[in-house]
Design a protein around this ligand. Structure first.
Ligand SMILES: C[S@@+](CC[C@H](N)C(=O)[O-])C[C@H]1O[C@@H](n2cnc3c(N)ncnc32)[C@H](O)[C@@H]1O
Length: 238
């Protein structure tokens, strides 16, 4: 079973109770409620009234539905995710809310099934660490239009992670934590994700290389100094 199969297995198991689980975890580690975290991300993202939006790794469509609730755009909102069961949960919520402007697609964020320059805004919440960040960023950049907005929220690493053995230790800690509190598949998915977690400095180096301007990276509050902290990135594609 490869890494992507492990991720799909983990999120398929989690799908029916995803929002409850993530709400409890964000609160425990960061002191954020899930809804408040997504609200913060969307309220700080510039979305023009007719913008076409793509949410990569949309999960249960919390981000597209929040954009709708806040009436940020009259344009179409696309939600893409690799796990069918997460999209099934998303579909039910979209039907309940009669959110007719949201389209869901099952696909890989590192190989997007869209033409180049198709979106005004591209968002990725709590998911860059499940992918090869360089491949993901190349794809997000390809589908963004000129002057398009990139918006990312995720966990970030710090300089201490570069010390020998630290990543291995964190991988072990994540594996043990999630096997005790969740499942074997979740433990694999989270342990494997450690090597994809990037620091603020990494993002500040990668984004200008891809030509981004007006880059803002804001570290958000977190409960414990030793837990990797959340951050929100906004940048504009020139
Ligand atoms: C922690 S959830 C985040 C979901 C949602 N963005 C949110 O904020 O609640 C991570 C999501 O990333 C998805 N994912 C992981 N790897 C992916 C990939 N290569 N392409 C698309 N989605 C992926 C998973 O299926 C899962 O739904």
């Amino acid at each position: 079973m490869d890494t992507q199969d492990k991720i799909i297995e983990a999120f398929s198991e989690m799908a029916p109770h995803y929002e409850k689980t993530v709400d409890a975890e964000l609160d425990r580690f960061w002191g954020w409620r899930y809804e408040g975290f997504i609200d913060r991300l969307i309220r700080t993202t510039t979305i023009k009234a007719d913008a076409a939006v793509l949410d990569v790794a949309t999960g249960t469509a919390m981000i597209p539905l929040k954009i709708n609730d806040l009436r940020k755009t009259r344009g179409r909102i696309n939600g893409l995710d690799i796990t069918m069961s997460m999209l099934s949960q998303a579909r039910q919520k979209i039907l309940t809310k009669e959110a007719v402007n949201i389209d869901l697609v099952c696909g890989d964020g590192m190989s997007l099934p869209y033409a180049g320059a198709a979106f005004d805004v591209v968002i990725c919440g709590l998911a860059t660490h499940h992918m090869d960040v360089a491949r993901l960023l190349a794809e997000l950049t390809r589908v963004l239009r000129h002057e398009g907005i990139l918006s990312i929220a995720d966990v970030g690493s710090t300089a201490i992670w570069r010390l020998p053995g630290v990543k291995l230790l964190l991988r072990l800690a994540a594996f043990i934590y999630f096997i005790l509190h969740a499942s074997l598949s979740r433990a694999w998915a989270e342990a494997l994700s450690i090597s994809n977690i990037r620091s603020e400095a990494d993002w500040f180096s990668m984004l200008p290389q891809l030509g981004y301007k007006d880059i803002s990276i804001v570290q958000l509050k977190s409960r414990f100094f030793w837990i990797p902290k959340p951050f929100v990135i906004h940048a504009t594609k020139p």
